[in-house]
Ligand binder design. Structure first.
Ligand code: ADP
Length: 241
């Protein structure tokens, strides 16, 4: 039996004024997978992710999540959350309150919030850090708080936009392993944006390689390296940082 699709894009086109940055993208993302949008800077990865999240409207085309057309739904009505490169945490709140913020807006009962936040902080291995201020954390710890905040209301899909780019290399490798573990423990579908081939290879079930607003190739990391479909794919995958 094949895995059900959780996100489907049909003919997604996006123009900013006269500039078309996404051209007629068809893509299906399977429940529970880690799918990476990979490609050089400016190829449209972030725009595609922002369209899935609802921060950008499509110029043409449709987006469905769990079978429902969400093309006209605002971000807070979609079952997705997003983690950004610069974690966008609230500096005036401690770690616990950062993670609890969205749940309080949704008026969850106090006890349920406490349980959910504590559970998430344990999951990201910051169980003892609830009372810390954001400025007391390392970059890797701050990014784990951002992950906890994005996962605490159990979204169906987590969108991660270059979440490790601001971290140094050693911490990045550690965080990749952490992301894999968290993905396994939560079963959440991850859509991950990076321009880094190594990150994509280590993390992904499938890679979508993009170039100038189009999909060049989709496959598992092994398939992509063994059978690059074009010179662009072979060159891009072969590059080292
Ligand atoms: P990537 O994430 O692959 O680096 P982006 O999706 O950020 O690429 O950008 C794709 C193209 O769209 C780039 O040419 C960028 O300058 C352009 N672009 C992105 N956002 C906007 C915007 N709000 N207004 C105008 N152009 C934009």
């Amino acid at each position: 039996m094949s895995t059900p699709n959780i996100v489907e894009l049909y003919g997604v086109t996006k123009a900013f004024g006269a500039l078309t940055v996404l051209h007629d993208i068809d893509l299906t993302i399977q429940q529970g997978e880690i799918l990476t949008l990979l490609g050089p800077s400016g190829c449209g990865k972030t725009t595609l992710m922002r369209i899935i999240a609802g921060f950008e409207a499509t110029t043409h085309g449709r987006v469905t999540i769990q079978g429902a057309d969400v093309s006209y739904l605002p971000p807070d009505k979609r079952p997705v959350n997003m983690v950004f490169q610069r974690y966008a945490l609230f500096p005036h709140l401690d770690v616990f309150d950062n993670v609890a913020f969205g749940l309080r807006l949704k008026k969850w009962p106090k006890e349920r919030i406490r349980e959910a936040v504590q559970h998430m902080l344990h999951l990201v291995q910051l169980g003892e850090y609830g009372n810390r201020w954001i400025h007391e954390l390392s970059g890797g710890q701050a990014q784990r708080v951002a992950l906890a905040r994005a996962l605490v209301n159990s979204p169906s899909v987590l969108l991660l936009d270059e979440p490790l780019a601001a971290l140094d290399l050693k911490i990045r490798h550690h965080m990749l392993a952490e992301l894999k573990r968290i993905h396994q423990e939560t079963g959440t579908t991850f859509i991950y944006v990076t321009h880094d081939q190594d990150e994509a290879t280590i993390l992904s079930d499938r890679i979508v390689l993009m170039n100038k607003g189009r999909i060049e190739q989709i496959g598992t990391p092994e398939e992509m390296y063994a059978h690059p479909r074009s010179l662009f794919c072979a060159r891009f995958l072969g590059e080292t940082n």
